[in-house]
Design a protein around this ligand. Structure first.
Ligand SMILES: Cc1ncc(COP(=O)(O)O)c(C=O)c1O
Length: 494
């Protein structure tokens, strides 16, 4: 019989309940109260015992399975993993789900030796496509450059002027953004830009309206600045303007709204023209700063590229805007380079905050990327990568349609690097993802992107860019193997 556990929940009620449950169970494993191989109560029992919704118990087990603490098997239910890392590592706080990044990539827990894990990312590019020879040459040159060898060693905290100038041209060309080098701050990924923007436009006690579902690390950046994060529902047309207007009437402390209009994260929808204008109008009316996270602008497969909000409508309408971009999707997330475009006041505040934590950017990286931008290599790479990803998108969409005609439904995304698939209501996406993790496949369920796991969409965000054809085929087979066979108990009382 699986044991019934007296669970001592972390009293910090600001953390999501499922994380508090997961954390309590990790503590029990670390303390030796639970041992490798021990069976855990089923999610139904656990939910009853803790008086929580069953989805919360499923989400807690899913988190633990993704981190490799427990294994979920249809026949045996949940048990403490037999292959936990060594005790020294186990007791490290780095394994605590509330201490590791809130959005660390999930891991597959593989019960069978010798199976290489496969990952449907949440939409990252394939670093194998990088122009590595050209990048290496550019890095070598940068390391020998005068700027790098200068005895001063420090430069402009906004980043290399050469790169900012090249980027300004690229932004004008590809997004109709009329900016110059002084309107740009280079950052270590757009995550840093989000963090700095949060400090520049909000004060503790202010609120920011965000898309829900949305990008949890952006919420983390705003919470770190002391801001309250308020979710606004997203539908098939993007962020709900109606909900945003009604929020504006109820709450006087909103200072900013954060959106991903080009490819809504995670649902991939493009915000239509009507909603764009309505959003800008609302923001101007209420004095909000619109923070636009355009994280994967380069990948557009259907129709013409959609211009950023920052380039839409009259720019002299008194609006305050911060436009954020990143090279993480164009090149690779391991190359930390992002940027912010904003008005001088906001940019100054962001630069000052950046200098306080990181005096300047990575000079060789900035010089190398400037070279690739100026000699056209980045443009060539963007074209090549887009074609590869278009093919991967279509092949995966085809496979998913064929393999899961009833369990998954989706629109093929017009851009971006992921497919948002709704999971049939009789199948629990979180439980399905947990079963996939136990079979060596990582896939992100809707709970990962929701402000409140209880109202999370029953869906997957399936990145298609990193898997070549044979890898995608194998991943889809694992997903099919993991599909709960008894749909009516798809909630999986593991
Ligand atoms: C929606 C969204 N915004 C921002 C980022 C941050 O990217 P980076 O910090 O790597 O530029 C990501 C990365 O996955 C993302 O998905």
């Amino acid at each position: 019989m699986p044991l019934s556990l007296p669970i001592e929940l972390d009293p910090d009620a600001s953390k999501p309940l499922f994380l508090r449950i997961a954390r309590a169970l990790i503590r029990d494993i670390e303390r030796g109260r639970l041992h490798p191989g021990d069976r855990l109560p089923g999610t139904r029992t656990l939910a009853k015992q803790l008086a929580v919704h069953r989805k919360t118990a499923v989400a807690a087990y899913d988190e633990l399975a993704l981190q490799g603490w427990i294994v979920l098997q249809p026949s045996r239910g949940a048990s403490v993993s037999l292959s936990l890392p060594d005790p020294a590592l186990r007791s490290s706080r780095a394994s605590d789900p509330s201490v590791t990044a809130a959005f660390a990539p999930p891991r597959a827990s593989i019960p069978t030796e010798g199976i290489a894990p496969l990952v449907f990312t949440d939409g990252t590019p394939d670093p194998r496509l990088l122009p590595r020879a050209e990048l290496s040459r550019a890095f070598r040159r940068a390391l020998g450059s005068r700027a790098f060898l200068s005895p001063i060693g420090y430069g402009d905290p906004r980043g290399s002027l050469r790169l900012r100038a090249a980027l300004a041209e690229w932004l004008a060309d590809t997004r109709a953004l009329a900016v110059g080098p002084d309107d740009i701050l280079l950052t270590r990924g757009s995550q840093m830009a989000l963090f700095l923007a949060a400090r520049a436009v909000t004060e503790p006690g202010d609120a920011i309206a965000v898309e829900d579902p949305g990008y949890p690390l952006a919420w983390a950046a705003f919470r770190a600045a002391g801001a309250e994060v308020i979710g606004v529902p997203v539908d098939s047309g993007g962020i709900s303007i109606e909900a945003l207007s009604s929020l504006a009437r109820q709450r006087g402390n909103i200072r900013a709204v954060l959106v991903t209009p080009h490819h809504q994260y995670p649902t991939t929808t493009t915000l239509g023209a009507g909603r764009r204008l309505a959003l800008i109008r609302l923001a101007v009316e209420h004095g909000w700063t619109v923070i636009e996270d355009d994280y994967d602008h380069e990948y557009r497969y259907e129709g013409r590229p959609v211009l950023p909000l920052a380039a839409t409508g009259p720019l002299d309408d008194g609006r305050s805007a911060v436009y954020l971009g990143s090279l993480s999707k164009l090149l690779a997330p391991g190359l930390r380079l992002g940027y912010a475009v904003a008005n001088p006041g906001v940019l100054r505040a962001m630069t000052a905050a950046r200098e306080a934590i990181d005096r300047q950017g990575d000079l060789p990286l900035e010089a190398a990327i400037a070279e690739l931008l100026l000699d056209g290599e980045l443009r060539r790479h963007a074209r090549k990568a887009r074609n590869v990803y278009l093919e991967r998108r279509d092949a995966l969409a085809e496979r998913l349609h064929r393999e899961f005609p009833e369990s998954l439904s989706f629109d093929v995304p017009a851009g971006g690097l992921a497919i948002w698939t709704r999971v049939a209501p009789e199948v629990d996406a979180t439980a399905w993802a947990a079963r996939a993790a136990a079979r060596g496949l990582v896939v992100s369920a809707g709970t990962r992107f929701a402000l409140d796991a209880r109202s999370a969409p029953n869906a997957f965000r399936i990145g298609f860019a990193t898997l070549a054809s044979d890898e995608a085929a194998a991943a889809v087979r694992r997903l099919a193997d993991a599909l709960p066979s008894n749909r009516s108990s798809a909630g999986l009382d593991v």
